[in-house]
Every structure is written in structure tokens, then in C-alpha cells.
Design a binder for this molecule. Structure first.
Ligand SMILES: C[S@@+](CC[C@H](N)C(=O)[O-])C[C@H]1O[C@@H](n2cnc3c(N)ncnc32)[C@H](O)[C@@H]1O
Length: 203
């Protein structure tokens, strides 16, 4: 089972949204790719924080494509149902939990995420090492705690795939420890000193 949890590194997700907000605010479709999403904790956390910041009107335009290798083929069901054990929701701030999660009929040990948030997230099984992007014209790619398992050569190919998937000026977000090699300086610029938030350079 993949190690992940709700509201993991929420501060960096908020920081990324602050930077991405002006870029997406006039768009009628906002396309986000959460690559290596595990059982949905990362894309759902991001969706909730994004909804809180940008409000319901703009949030209607958001589509988060959540992908994972999903070795045992069960993440799609978990993510589409959006039901999680209460013990997995302990890190979620109380107000957010009350606003976005409801009790599950017949099972007091679980909560179900709101329909508005569930409808914004779509799961797809995808192997990053296929080096084929799920789509192009993406505005933000979130890929955290995944690339560290790959070789340097594989990481470079994945970054080129992300580069090709992103729209010009689109954003890419990694965990704190994932640095970009100098060879990519002409492809991406790091836009925040103390977080791994990058922007695809406009040619
Ligand atoms: C440690 S979890 C990280 C989950 C989440 N991104 C986070 O930061 O909390 C790593 C995830 O990467 C996925 N993964 C590993 N290799 C992959 C690949 N080749 N393609 C897509 N996903 C992969 C695993 O299945 C797992 O769900």
C-alpha cells in the first residue's frame, strides 16, 4: 500500500495555488494532472484547497486527472467512491472535514467526500515509465514522492514528458527534496526559492 495521507505538505500546495491562480482564473477549462496519486489523498487534498481558494464558480472549470501505476488495480474504485476511514482523515482541519465530508449510511467508521470535489477528480491507470503523457495542454502537474524511485535517466525522460504535456507557462510541482538537473534550465524555471515549484518556459 502506497505511503500517503490527506493534507500532506498542504502548505506547498497552497503556495502553488497562489502562483497558479492568476494563470488559470480566466480559463473555461483548467487541467491538472496528479501523477502518482496513490488512493486519491493527494488529488482530493489539492481539490479541496483549490476550491477553498478559488471559490465554487471557477472551481466548476477544474478537472484533475489523477493517475497511478495502481499495481493491484483497486485505486480507481476507491477514488471514484471517495469513501475513506475516519482514522485516515485525522490530519484534515476540523472545519474542512465538516464542509467536505459526510457520514456514510450504514458505516459510521467512514466518511464520503462531497460530490462537488469527487466530480472534479477522474482516475486513470497510467505508468509514468511509458513516457507517454495522458494529455497535452495541462496547466499544472503535481508529482510528489514518486520520481525518487526512478533512475536519473528515467527521471529525465519523465520531465521531458511533463514538459511536452504542459501548456507554455504551465506549472510543475514536486516534493521538497526533488531537485531539477541543470540540463533542464532552458525548459523550466524554479519560481519559488524554498519550494519545488517550476514553470514551463515560454520559447
Ligand atoms: C509514496 S506514493 C506518493 C503518493 C502521493 N503523490 C504523495 O506524495 O503523497 C508513490 C506512488 O507512486 C506510484 N508509482 C510508482 N511507480 C509509478 C509509475 N511508474 N507510474 C505511475 N505511478 C507510479 C505508486 O503506485 C504510489 O502510489
Amino acid at each position: 500500500m502506497a505511503f500517503t495521507f490527506f493534507f500532506r505538505d498542504a502548505q506547498t500546495l497552497r503556495l502553488a495555488i497562489e502562483h497558479v491562480h492568476p494563470y488559470i482564473q480566466s480559463r473555461s477549462r483548467i487541467t491538472i494532472w496528479s501523477a502518482g496519486c496513490a488512493m486519491g489523498q493527494e488529488p482530493y487534498t489539492f481539490a479541496i484547497i483549490l476550491r477553498e481558494i478559488i471559490g465554487p464558480y471557477l472551481f466548476r472549470n477544474v478537472r484533475i486527472y489523477a493517475t497511478d501505476l495502481d499495481q493491484y488495480g483497486n485505486y480507481g474504485k476507491i477514488i471514484s467512491e471517495g469513501k475513506y476511514p475516519l482514522k485516515d482523515l485525522e490530519r484534515i482541519p476540523e472545519g474542512i472535514l465538516a464542509r467536505y465530508f459526510s457520514p456514510v449510511t450504514d458505516d459510521p467508521s467512514q466518511r464520503i467526500i462531497s460530490e462537488e470535489i469527487r466530480n472534479a477528480v477522474e482516475f486513470q491507470q497510467h505508468d509514468l515509465l511509458s513516457f507517454e503523457p495522458i494529455r497535452t495542454g495541462v496547466h499544472l502537474i503535481i508529482c510528489k514522492n514518486v520520481l525518487l524511485h526512478f533512475s536519473a535517466e528515467e527521471r529525465m525522460k519523465v520531465w521531458m514528458m511533463f514538459y511536452n504535456a504542459l501548456e507554455e507557462g504551465g506549472f510543475m510541482l514536486h516534493e521538497h527534496t526533488q531537485k531539477l538537473p541543470d540540463e533542464l534550465n532552458e525548459k523550466f524555471e524554479q519560481i519559488v526559492m524554498n519550494a519545488q515549484i517550476f514553470r514551463k518556459l515560454v520559447r
